[in-house]
Design a protein around this ligand. Sequence first.
Ligand SMILES: CC(C)(COP(=O)(O)OP(=O)(O)OC[C@H]1O[C@@H](n2cnc3c(N)ncnc32)[C@H](O)[C@@H]1OP(=O)(O)O)[C@@H](O)C(=O)NCCC(=O)NCCS
Length: 189
Amino acid sequence: MNVKYSLVQTPLDVEKILALQAENHRDVVDADTAQREGFTSVRHEPAVLHAMNQAYPSAIATSGDTLAGYCLMMPQPFRARVPLLEPMFALLDRLEWRGAPLAGDPRWFVMGQVCVAQGFRGIGVFDGVYRQLRDAYAPQFNFVITEISQRNARSMRAHRRVGFETLHVYHDASANETWEVVVWDWRAG
Ligand SMILES: CC(C)(COP(=O)(O)OP(=O)(O)OC[C@H]1O[C@@H](n2cnc3c(N)ncnc32)[C@H](O)[C@@H]1OP(=O)(O)O)[C@@H](O)C(=O)NCCC(=O)NCCS
C-alpha cells in the first residue's frame, strides 16, 4: 500500500479525521475489537478541530483519497476548548517532567488522539504519523504528552515502541478508566 505522510492541508482532511474518529469511538466499537485493536475516547467539536489544525496542523497518513491515520497536535492554548480533556490538563498543571514543572512551560504540547484506519493497522502507519509529527514540531517543542487508557493495550505497546515513557498513572472513577500519562522527550539524552 502506498501510504504518504504529511500535515493537514485542507478542511477536507479535517472532515476525514472527524469521520475516522467517530468510527473508532468507544461507544460504537464492539467490545472484542476495542479489546484487540483499541478505541478513541474524544469526539472533537468540528469547529474546534478545524481551528486547531489551522493553528498547528496535525500529522496524517493518506493512501490516495483515503485517510489511513492521524495523530493530533493539540497546543496548550486549546485546552479550554476540549472540555473532556480539561481534567487531564489540570493534572498536568501539578506534574513535573525531568525535574521541571509542566505548568508555565510552553515547550510541550498534547498529542490529542491517534488513530490508524482498520485496513492500515500493523504496517507502520502508527510510526509514520508520529515521525511526521516529530519532524514538524521538534524544532519548536521539547516533548509531547498524551494519555492512554490502560484498557488499550495495543495503543500502549505502540506508544512505548516509538519512545513514550510513563510519567503518571491515575484512576478516573467517573469513567471507570485507569489512564497512563506518557511523554516522548525529543531532546537528546
Ligand atoms: C492503537 C492504534 C493507533 C495502533 O496502530 P497500529 O497500526 O494498530 O499499531 P502497530 O501494529 O504498529 O503496533 C501495535 C503493537 O501492539 C501489539 N499488539 C497488537 N494487538 C495487541 C493487543 N491486543 N494487546 C497488546 N498488544 C497488542 C503489536 O504486536 C504491536 O507491538 P510490537 O510492535 O511490539 O509487536 C490502532 O490500532 C488504532 O487506531 N486503534 C483504534 C483507535 C485507538 O485505539 N487509538 C489510540 C487511542 S490512545
